[in-house]
Design a protein around this ligand. Structure first.
Ligand SMILES: O=C(O)C(=O)C[C@]1(C(=O)O)C=C[C@@H](O)C=C1
Length: 370
């Protein structure tokens, strides 16, 4: 058969389907009105089950699976549109303006010269760093009012996500209010006079060790994890042994160490993104990224169905990450970033929908990369 002829027939079917789709959605809008008036939820599990069973039963054997997906997707779209009616007047998440000008206190992991410390200079003209060893101490410092903001690494272009930061964002009730990116270039630093051949062990944050794994392997170094790259540099300064630190050149200089090798990371283009956190939701005028954290039910296609919501709302996802939840049999929590601003109606509606539909949902902030 002729291809053009087949396409003409498809056009004809599409026309009928389009009319029927419009007709079906208009009926769903009426259902939504009824539900709003009678305080009923959008999602009706048994009704969906009944429809899916009926249409898959009626479908030819070779199209049963596809028919189920097709109708399920149509009902998912129907729910998204109904939620838009439900949340037509949804309020934006309340927020205050983010002000980075002036002097601010910032809880910073590590010490002078740490990458976190350098990242702070991207964000603030004037700031007082309050150094802490642990990432969790940063959350505590902000929580107890010791510092106004906290800064943490969130992802590296070579080693991937910083799991501990994600984990803490889930546990604590903090909001991301800004992001910044730093080009990371590690060096191998030793106490004055120590020779390269004497080194057996290197100390660094696990991200530093991962980002320099090729160099470490080539030189057969033993690795030791340390809380922070700059604190590893400080430890080397105080150590009697011929150890080395993997840290920033800045940190090596800070502690008077000799730099034996520069740019030892696997990738020349090595970047880390940092987040600035605060207790309140603070948003800059040009904030364009929204981060959320959520759990999905253990059902087939639940991730695909979640993504349908973003697609129907016309919102563009820029990042998705999943992390296992401790003490469960591989239950996972998802972290998503998408473009948008909380004070626009499409985002306000989608956030209300996610909050309503998901058993676990958390808004993590609306910010821009500075
Ligand atoms: O029948 C309903 O209650 C509807 O809202 C319609 C509809 C559908 O698209 O068919 C949509 C959502 C419900 O979960 C079930 C069915």
């Amino acid at each position: 058969m002729d291809l053009n002829e087949l396409r003409l027939q498809i056009n004809d079917v599409d026309k009928q389907m389009q009319e029927l789709f419009t007709k079906r959605m208009r009926l769903c809008f009426q259902v939504a009105e009824y539900k709003i008036a009678n305080d009923l939820p959008v999602f009706h599990k048994d009704r969906e089950k009944e429809i899916i069973n009926r249409v898959t039963n009626d479908a030819p054997d070779d199209l049963k699976g596809a028919t189920r997906v097709y109708f399920q997707t149509m009902m998912d779209i129907s729910k998204c549109l109904q939620y838009q009616q439900f949340f037509a007047n949804a309020d934006s998440v309340p927020y205050k303006p983010l002000i980075l000008k002036g002097r601010h206190t910032v809880a910073v992991p590590g010490t002078n010269g740490s990458y976190n410390h350098i990242a702070c200079s991207n964000l603030f003209d004037d700031f007082e760093p309050i150094f802490h060893e642990d990432f969790e101490d940063i959350f505590r410092a902000v929580s107890e009012g010791e510092a106004e903001f906290g800064i943490l690494p969130i992802v590296n272009s070579t080693a991937g996500s910083v799991a501990q930061t994600y984990e803490l964002m889930k546990e604590y009730d903090f909001k991301i209010c800004a992001g910044t990116k730093l080009r990371i270039s590690h060096c191998l630093a030793v106490k004055r006079g120590v020779k390269f051949d004497e080194i057996e062990s290197v100390y660094s944050h696990e991200q530093g060790l991962q980002q320099c794994s090729d160099f470490i392997r080539e030189n057969n170094f033993k690795t030791h994890r340390y809380a922070n790259t700059s604190l590893a540099a400080k430890f080397i300064k105080d150590s009697e042994k011929p150890y080395a630190a993997i840290c920033s050149e800045n940190a090596a200089e800070q502690f008077g160490l000799d730099i034996l090798r520069k740019n030892i990371q696997n990738a020349t283009d090595n970047y880390t993104k940092f987040i600035l956190i605060s207790k309140e939701t603070l948003k800059s005028e040009n904030a364009n990224t929204i981060s959320v954290c959520l759990a999905l039910p253990h059902q087939s296609s639940s991730l695909y169905r979640l993504l349908t919501k973003f697609s129907v709302a016309g919102l563009n996802l820029s990042m998705i990450e999943s992390m296992p939840i401790a003490n469960t049999d591989f239950d996972v929590v998802f972290y998503l970033d998408f473009h948008g601003a909380i004070d626009t109606p499409e985002v306000a509606k989608l956030l209300s929908e996610l909050e309503q539909e998901l058993s676990y949902f958390k808004f993590l902030g609306n910010y821009e990369e500075v």
